[in-house]
Design a protein around this ligand. Sequence first.
Ligand code: M6R
Length: 607
Amino acid sequence: MCGIIGIIGKDQVADRLVDGLKRMEYRGYDSAGVCTVEGGQLIRRRAEGKLGNLVKELGGNPAPGTLGIAHTRWATHGAPTTSNAHPHATGEVALVHNGIIENFKPLREGLQARGRRFESETDTEVVAHLVSEQVEAGLSPQDAIKAVLPQLRGAFALAIAFRQHPDLLIGARLGSPLVVGYGEGETYLGSDALALAPLTQKIAYLEEGDWVIISREGAQIFDSENNPVTREITTSGVSAATIEKGNYRHYMQKEIFEQPVVVAQTLSSYIRPLEQTVALPQMDFDLSAIDRITIVACGTSYYAGMVAKYWFETFARIPVDIDVASEFRYRDPVLQPGGLALFISQSGETADTLAALRHCKAQGQTIAVVVNVPTSSMAREADLLLPTHAGPEIGVASTKAFTCQLAVLAALAAHLALCKGKLSAEEEREIVRHLIEAPAALNAALAHDEDISAMAHLVAPARDVLYLGRGPDYPLALEGALKLKEISYIHAEGYASGEMKHGPIALIDEAVPVVVLAPSGPLFEKTVSNMQEVRARGGKVVLISDAEGLAEAGEGCLATIEMPKVHPLIAPLVYAVPVQLLAYHVAVAKGTDVDQPRNLAKSVTVE
Ligand code: M6R
């Protein structure tokens, strides 16, 4: 949820730490802070709000030093104030933390009883005091860490600096990601490879329970039993250029427009266009033996899973359960042997989804993950890794990750259907032909950007907006509503269009725009009937359909948005574009912070 970075370097680090925070601001932006070590002092600068405030603070009050740590926060314990901002420090120790120390209350009470005074409401400050206590008692930084880590429950990635040790930083991880970066005479810690992209491409991913001492010469890594261990150093491949905004005004806009390319990129790993066959990675289990699928995910990834449920059931005739990850374990799901548990995640670090994955693994399910960060915890714990190739997604509102997830899930559905003997070679070719058409269809959908921008002012003043869809377009209605609420702060709900008359239709009046997703096809007539029920009650409809659908039902609507005519299989990918663009332009019209909407963070690494 938060982003952390540490540098032990040859040159001054404050600017480079701030630069690293910039690339992690998507992880949280409630406050930010830096602490360097120089002349036997911990030099700490913090500011509430966006990173710009910290930059201003450092402008007037620099933090010199060639060793430092920094943090960008998504608040969990304690308001987003300066005193709750990381780094948290005592006389001897400063540290930054991503995660939650679940047992912080008893630890804090114990520390207070021993006379320690707290200056924040955070869970994190207890760790600073615990380590400091040990250091003050004469232990080395290494021994202090060994004494403290076993006391912590919950999730953490930590970077710790010591006032009297300008030659080392210590990092530790449990439940939250942490990487070590190797430079020339410099070593780094970061929440992800993205944070370190301009500094180094040489990255080692710490495993659960690992802790590490970094110095200018390199890193010594230990496991949870304090045994020295080696973790492979990989080349991250994430370049600083891939995370620039380019000529776009916002990351979200750039990412929406990248979709034709990244969907094509993703598909190229899952289909053979010349042979017109699907091609999944090798797997060391028998997919044809799978007799039930359990899909678990959060937010937008969950909606991709909802679309996939239609595909798995229609093509492969395999029963599918689907849950939001935060609820999954708490209903004590019945997981039969022979089941495939499928997790969908952009980040691969979402705490609820990861916990659900581990639950399923412990229950003997085969684990498949569709994930955009191939080095993430979920990717590393999967039996079957199905990466999306969307590239780094920085905008907090997920866009290109969603369409890439759909591309992978469509190929997986076809592959499963083949394994199950439910798809003929000709049907497989037909599915592949439609998937190949998706990038061009996405381009055609993007060509309506200006039209959507021009009608956004019709939706921007609304207090409530409803989205309706049927079949695989129902998850799209949910996704449209989520996009709108998260970046424009307009209350929005998605409904299965047939459900309207069972209650939500009571909400309809002239002030509530209703966005109807209705590609022409088998479900069109029924969706349009539901739309007419809305209009008959004075509802103002924004109809999104193709030319044929608009000709049939567009008259009298508040606005219409034309989409290319596409096969129903790829309609969910294509219709993602107008709902993304509508949310985007409404947010721009309202002047909200599109890439960093209030209260949100990109990856939710706390439960
Ligand atoms: O990284 P994940 O895909 O696991 O994240 C899941 C959700 O947190 C994410 O989709 C969230 O709902 C987005 N902000 C939606 O735009």
